[in-house]
Design a protein around this ligand. Sequence first.
Ligand code: 0WD
Ligand code: CA
Length: 380
Amino acid sequence: PTNHHWHQSSATPEQTPPRSQTLCTRREAYERAFPLYKQPVEVGCFSLDSQRRFFNDSRQMRYYVEPDRSPNFDLSDGYRGRYVKRDENVKEKLDHILRWIVANRSKLKSKLSPDASCPLDFDFVTWRGHLTKLLTTPYETREGWLLAVTRFNGTLYISEVETEAARRERENRPERNQEMMYWGYKFEQYMCADKTYSEPDPSGVVNTNEAFCTVVQTRLTDHKLLFSGEVDCRDKDPDAPPPPACYVELKTSAEICTPKQRSNFHRFKLLKWWAQSFLPGVPRVVAGFRDHDGIVVSVETFQISKISQLIKNEYNCWKPTVCMNFCCDFLSFVKREATEDNPSVVYLFSWEPHKDVTYSVHRDSQYSFLPDWYIKEMTC
Ligand code: 0WD
Ligand code: CA
């Protein structure tokens, strides 16, 4: 006991090991109880039209239409001729979310007073897709990431930066892969109607500028989050539960013919599907399984809440708790390291498979991403 007492009282700053400036991504480090994740609440939504213009409303909402069990959709139809593709060279960063915040600031309660939204009562603002990447990091073996973080008025903004490897891959994408990317959007067109009372129109143009995005708030342990994610469609039943519980995520995947293919589907695809929809509280994914020619041969619904049961028989499989604990610890790491409150400072967090997360600091650099109009609007 005296020994124990002596050790405690003599601790000096020199004896305390330095806090690590890196974060480990090994799965074993995150195998603990599932962290508190509050039920996500939709606080608003916005739409991007065929020219990628922002609207603070749900005009791009679409409605889910139940298909035949084996519908024979041709996902390549319209690829040459009825396809308008979003310009991937335009980096929008967090701009649409920031526009939504400015347009809805009076609805968002502030840390200081309930009347003003300055500062925002959120620790983090980001895209859902960036959080999905964090959730899957302990299991990712192929693609690294770069996340730019700026602390402004106490809130940490997280915006992805395309890696060199991702840019090279995008610029050298084979024609076949281009066409396969179209398949996902074409499937949406076969499955969605523009109105509750109308039918899907597969003769129309597929325009990937168009989007309907939900904005949700939630909390992961002590991290208050505000994020936005693109939603494919909703249940058209007027008695369906309110958003996000009425939303439906649509996916396409190669048909499963062998036990090996089934195992890979569980180990890799379902991880990504689970992470993406669990975050905003979207309860189901409707999957179109297609053959090599892009013909949908079957359609199947996956309840997000049942996916962890479905994968439990898989050897050495992913675990939801590892995903959530890693994300939680990453956000704590960011809070601890990104301390300078300055809209022109970027902490660039960087990760490559089989490595730890590291970061570098950049002032007034190419990485700064908070636009002047936002800083001006939010400086009180
Ligand atoms: O600046 C960036 N690096 C990114 C911007 C990366 C990812 C997304 N975005 C923006 C875009 O403005 C887009 O409208 O995010 C929006 C979608 O956000 P999200 O929901 O957070 O992204 P994610 O969950 O990765 O993707 C959801 C859907 C995808 O559906 P599938 O079923 O394939 O997961 O959004 C689409 C795609 O249909 N999508 C994108 N749309 C525009 N730009 C992008 C993108 N970069 N990535 C996925
Ligand atoms: Ca989708």
